[in-house]
Write a protein that binds this ligand. Structure first.
Ligand code: DTR
Ligand code: CA
Ligand code: ZN
Ligand code: ZN
Length: 315
């Protein structure tokens, strides 16, 4: 669903009115007017343009963007160039896994209190069997477009913003674990939260919210409540993505997920549409995980939710 400006204005007005009418805390879920008003709509066309680039990179490099293969480093170089041009301070963290060199890309937005760092990230690597457009071009493209939206808006929140694209997640959360393990305890303590986006455009989508940190969970659920879209708690992957090393280190984490190889139930179809008895993503870890393996509505909604959470949690 394309969120028009009028939708946002009326939503802000509604929240403001509700505040006036109740003159107390609003019971139930409603996005905070300030954050809703501030967070920009993320153009899904911009997110899809990054997916097209990832697809081209995979096609030109043996059909994948896997750890240790040329397609991964080419994907990282693409993302880095966009961020450098947008004014980010970028750094590449190198590591070795399974005898091959891997890389994390870290992008810091200048400004904010560096004692309170809000992070958002996604793994950039695919499996070796395919281009990995939903898994996880979708999360990588959404995080990139959110970072570019921060730059376009000239947004300078209270907290310091840091974005990350992880290597070798498919080998076992290798890049994100390497990053967390190499933080000093002092620097680890400065991270106020980590938001993870891994598979957020599945073709037969569900809308799942991580239930790790209550405040982050509420932020995402409030956003979806504002859209009138039901969510479920993410249960398929506790510990199965890059939020896990941060959680193990005591960092508050959260994130969004649209489903992988589990099948969608009839009850879920009733609230989300799609096809019952079919996987959320039939091309999970397969060669068919291409740009045609994306649900644009899910990608759009989750990209907007990512931006809303970054604005809301960095004030
Ligand atoms: N580990 C992810 C896929 C995955 C499976 N369950 C979840 C839950 C939450 C996030 C991601 C996942 C991968 O294959 O990259
Ligand atoms: Ca959008
Ligand atoms: Zn995967
Ligand atoms: Zn993944």
């Amino acid at each position: 669903m394309k969120l028009s400006v009028s939708w946002r204005a009326s939503a802000v007005a509604a929240v403001a009115t509700a505040t006036l009418l109740t003159s107390g805390s609003i019971v139930g879920a409603a996005p905070r007017a300030e954050a809703l008003a501030a967070a920009p709509d993320i153009p899904v066309a911009g997110v899809k343009a990054h997916l097209t680039q990832f697809q081209s990179i995979a096609t030109a490099n043996g059909g994948n963007r896997a750890h240790g293969r040329p397609g991964y480093r080419a994907s990282l170089d693409y993302v880095k160039a966009k961020l450098d041009a947008a004014g980010y301070t970028t750094s590449i963290q190198q590591f070795t896994s399974s005898g091959r060199t891997g890389y994390n890309l870290i992008a810091d937005w200048p400004g904010g209190d560096t004692n309170q760092v809000l992070m958002a990230g996604s793994h950039l690597d695919s499996v070796s069997s395919g281009p990995g457009i939903n898994d996880n071009g979708s999360g990588s493209a959404a995080v990139l477009e959110t970072a570019l939206a921060v730059s376009r808006a000239g947004y300078h929140p209270t907290k310091h913003l840091r974005f990350a694209w992880w290597g070798a997640e498919e080998l076992g959360l290798v890049g994100s674990r390497y990053y967390v393990n190499n933080l000093s305890s002092a620097n680890r303590a400065k991270i106020s939260g980590y938001l993870n986006f891994d598979m957020i455009g599945s073709p037969n989508p569900g809308y799942f919210v991580y239930d790790d940190d209550p405040a982050i969970e509420k932020t995402f659920k409030d956003y979806y409540a504002g859209l009138g879209v039901a969510t479920e708690i993410e249960t398929e992957g506790d510990g199965r993505s890059d939020h896990a090393p941060f959680k193990s280190a005591g960092v508050p984490v959260g994130g969004l997920f649209t489903g992988a190889s589990r099948t969608k139930t009839a009850a879920q179809v009733a609230k989300w549409g799609g096809t019952a008895g079919q996987s959320f993503d039939r091309c999970y870890h397969s060669s068919c995980d291409t740009t045609s393996n994306i649900n644009d509505t899910a990608l759009d909604r989750n990209s907007d939710a990512a931006a809303y959470a970054v604005w809301e949690l960095s004030e």
